[in-house]
Design a protein around this ligand. Structure first.
Ligand code: 13P
Ligand code: SF4
Length: 327
């Protein structure tokens, strides 16, 4: 396949991302994109991509994009034989437990998450022993064995609903301390937290938000609920990555800041050329491990397959299903 032909064939795809990918970078991506599109057909595979994937993945090879909640819901419905999870490991595990007959591949097994790494199954058992009878609500950003020890999962998109659905005076919320505190500010339910943090969102500060307002008068500031509560308090709105995207589509702010991972603004800006995205952002080193060459290799070699012990997977799946049943 000549490079010129590949460039010609991928030109319509480049049109979608030309505002965020300089023309000189496109030839580096085009060959992998074409190969991945062919491999998806050959392998009967679909690519589920999180909102933090880079634009060439998000807009050019993904079949389904979304926040953790949407990816979990969509994973259940996949008919294809193979799911490639372009995101971090807990997302691939969640897809596998919800659709166990599928082959689930993650392009880089090292794509972890500081929240998932902050707690073990033994820690969850200790919390249960310390607070007998108090339900354990665990963020999906956790390993399958931590989920298996929990009562119900939540994401940043449904945490408040999940907590209030239980009809109890107190819950344990693991492992994100800031998400727990941000939810506590919106409910009468007493929240017992764990000291896990997202290494990306914990770095935003309230002083930074104030400086942004001073530098960009009239700017709308959106924060992910993994940010510290003082940052959320200074923001105009807090929500999951999907909620932030929906906010921009609905409210069409003239100028906006997304206090979250860097690829979010790139991906949304493609659909909103009239919105000015001010871009202080933090990169997630785990999400950024997922690249086009690694997705291509995953499909060529059918690696790295995500497997979960079936008994553990069954217990973990129940906690995710309980969450998905909350409307
Ligand atoms: P969302 O569920 O909002 O997409 O968040 C996932 C995540 O990892 C945020 O850091
Ligand atoms: Fe985990 Fe934070 Fe990266 Fe999301 S952004 S995957 S919570 S480390």
């Amino acid at each position: 396949m000549s490079a010129a032909t590949t460039l010609e064939r991928t030109a319509p795809l480049y049109e979608k991302v030309r505002s965020v990918i300089p023309p000189m970078e496109w030839p580096v991506f085009a060959d992998d994109i074409e190969a991945i599109l062919a491999l998806k057909k050959q392998r009967d595979a679909v690519i589920l991509a999180h909102n933090y994937m880079t634009p060439e993945i998000f807009h050019c090879v993904a079949d389904i994009v979304g926040d953790s909640l949407a990816l979990a819901r969509e994973a259940m419905k996949v008919d294809a034989k193979v799911i490639v999870l372009a995101g971090v490991h807990f997302m691939a595990e969640t897809a596998k437990m919800l659709n166990p007959s599928k082959t689930v591949l993650i392009p880089d097994v090292e794509a972890g998450c500081s929240l998932a790494a902050s707690i073990t199954a033994a820690d969850v058992r200790l919390m249960r022993g310390r607070y007998p009878g108090v339900p354990i609500v665990t963020y999906v950003n956790s390993t399958a064995d931590v989920k298996a020890e929990s009562d119900i999962c939540c994401t940043s998109g449904n945490a408040l609903k999940v907590v209030e659905s239980l009809g109890v005076p107190a819950v344990i919320m693991l492992p994100d301390e800031f998400l727990a505190q941000n939810i506590a500010a919106q409910t009468k339910v007493k929240i017992i937290a764990w000291a896990g943090h997202c290494e990306v969102h914990e770095r935003f500060t309230a002083a930074e938000v104030r400086a942004l307002r001073a530098d960009h008068p009239g700017v709308t500031i959106l924060a992910h609920p993994e940010c510290p509560p003082e940052v959320v308090a200074e923001a105009d709105y807090a929500g999951s990555t999907a909620d932030m995207s929906a906010f921009v589509g609905r409210e069409k702010p003239r100028r906006v800041v997304l206090l979250t991972e860097c690829s979010m603004a790139d991906n949304i800006s493609v659909h909103h050329p009239d919105v000015d995205f001010v871009r202080p952002c933090n990169l997630c080193p785990h999400m950024k491990r997922i690249t086009l060459p690694k997705i291509r290799r995953a499909l060529e070699t059918m690696t790295h397959e995500v497997t979960i012990d079936p008994t553990l997977a069954e217990r973990a799946r129940l906690t995710v299903e309980r969450m998905l049943a909350v409307r």
